[in-house]
Design a protein around this ligand. Sequence first.
Ligand code: AKB
Length: 327
Amino acid sequence: MLVCRQASETIVRNILVTGALGQIGSELVPALRAHYGAERVIATDIRMLQPGNGGSAGPYEHVDCTRPHQIHEVMRRHDIGTIYHMAALLSAVAEDKPQIAWSVNMGGLYNVLEVARQYECAVFFPSSIGAFGPSTPRDHTPQVTVQRPTTMYGVTKVSGELLADYYAQRFGVDTRGLRLPGLISYSAPPGGGTTDYAVEIFHQAIRYRHYTCFLSADTRLDMMYMPDAIRAMIELMQADAARLNHRNAYNVTAMTITPAELAAAIERQIPGFVIDYEVDPVRQAIAESWPRSLDDSAARTDWGWTPRYDLDAMCADMIEKLGARLK
Ligand code: AKB
């Protein structure tokens, strides 16, 4: 087996972020720029950079990850050592457009791994709780277990984990990944996921003190506040490779909650907030095929993962920060 080139060995080179204007990218880029310097982080997205949609405090390039020559062009012009590959379709959109989801999620990842092999880069790949399926144990889902997802999103995530592992073993590419839970954030909207309710609820609670949820009251899923997720990605890429027993991908979680529990926590801070339910059968079925709670002990042991935000701390920060933005 090849020994992977370590991310830390290549860290003096620049960092490329795909999907930089998305929910994760729009917070990952500023965090990476704060760590490594604005000029060293090249933000890319298929969308055109507009004033106010983020990414503008440093280099920005238009890149469609399904077009390999566009990625090559950016790699050629910037000395890239690490790629955070965030461009992907989320679960509900992917279920609506499975052919496009395969092309973007798998084709994009393949193109990124190929340039990483050729330019000797490290790659971060975001997998998901969606990489599990109905035959996976749903409580304390182990790090290594059955992965037979029944959604196109899940198929691309588990295939992506395997492809990233293949590039590490076969070509020595330093690939690393996380199985992310639902991410709660205020900067950019998630856009097309099954866990989006946990973001929408804050917007509606602050504006109208009322939210109609598309998942049922007792649908339990793992969640994480975005600052924890961004820190997890950066810490994983900085971790000593010798300690990583699982490259693609580590289970991580911060809380396991239902819509009813999240609503109760919000109501403690926004008195009078009311939730009701109009269940969307497609997203409900996706949620019911996913774990209720992940076992993230491998991440804790191998590279020291520990979340900082629990349900109440996350709610307090979300309401404060989003409230200030919506004023
Ligand atoms: C989605 O709901 O599709 C994502 C995810 C859990 O991967 N947030």
